[in-house]
Design a protein around this ligand. Structure first.
Ligand SMILES: [Fe+2]
Ligand SMILES: [Fe+2]
Length: 179
């Protein structure tokens, strides 16, 4: 890179922009990978996020929340010990701070429901009680995430969400730390 001319970097930049334009399709492809695993639940990880997004949409939530619901477990199979942070960083440039924060921390808030954990771990979410987004994270988990493992719930297919994925991931990024 030390030897790169401005024209070389322009070439790279133009190419990166084209790659970024394909982001909605890449998101869909990565969501489809979640169909291959069910994590011992009664439905696949893909059906779980689709059900989460279906409940979210049915409650009249906006595009940012629907994307949060669809993407919140994207890291499950690649980053089993930090899945929430992975998902949060994927959506970070395209959603508002509240939604990013909730996805980033939802793992701690989901522990509240794990009856196989110590009481101390189940209360992990309380360390974030000073955050302005604390209640939003509680609501996200209670209303949409923890309840979305129901094999009988009328869940929308992935194609149903193609347009919201395209809308949100085609937005001008709020910031960038690369490219
Ligand atoms: Fe999760
Ligand atoms: Fe989840």
């Amino acid at each position: 890179m030390k030897d790169g001319t401005p024209a070389d970097f322009q070439l790279v930049s133009d190419n990166d922009r084209e790659t970024a334009m394909e982001l909605p399709e890449r998101i869909i492809e990565h969501l489809q990978l979640l169909a291959n695993d069910n994590g011992a639940y009664q439905i696949s990880r893909l059906d779980h996020v689709l059900q989460t997004a279906t409940r979210c949409e049915a409650d009249g939530a906006d595009d940012d929340w629907i994307i949060a619901a669809l993407c919140h477990d994207m890291g499950d199979i690649l980053a089993p010990y930090s899945h929430a942070e992975v998902a949060a960083n994927i959506i970070k440039p395209f959603v508002r701070d509240e939604v990013y924060w909730v996805v980033k921390h939802h793992g701690y808030f989901q522990m509240h429901y794990n009856t196989n954990m110590t009481e101390e771990k189940r209360r992990s979410r309380e360390r974030f009680s000073d955050s302005p987004f604390y209640q939003s994270a509680i609501d996200f988990c209670e209303n949409w995430d923890q309840c979305s493992f129901d094999p009988d719930y009328p869940t929308q297919p992935l194609e149903h969400f193609a347009s919201v994925i395209k809308r949100v991931f085609s937005r001008e990024p709020r910031f960038r730390s690369s490219m």
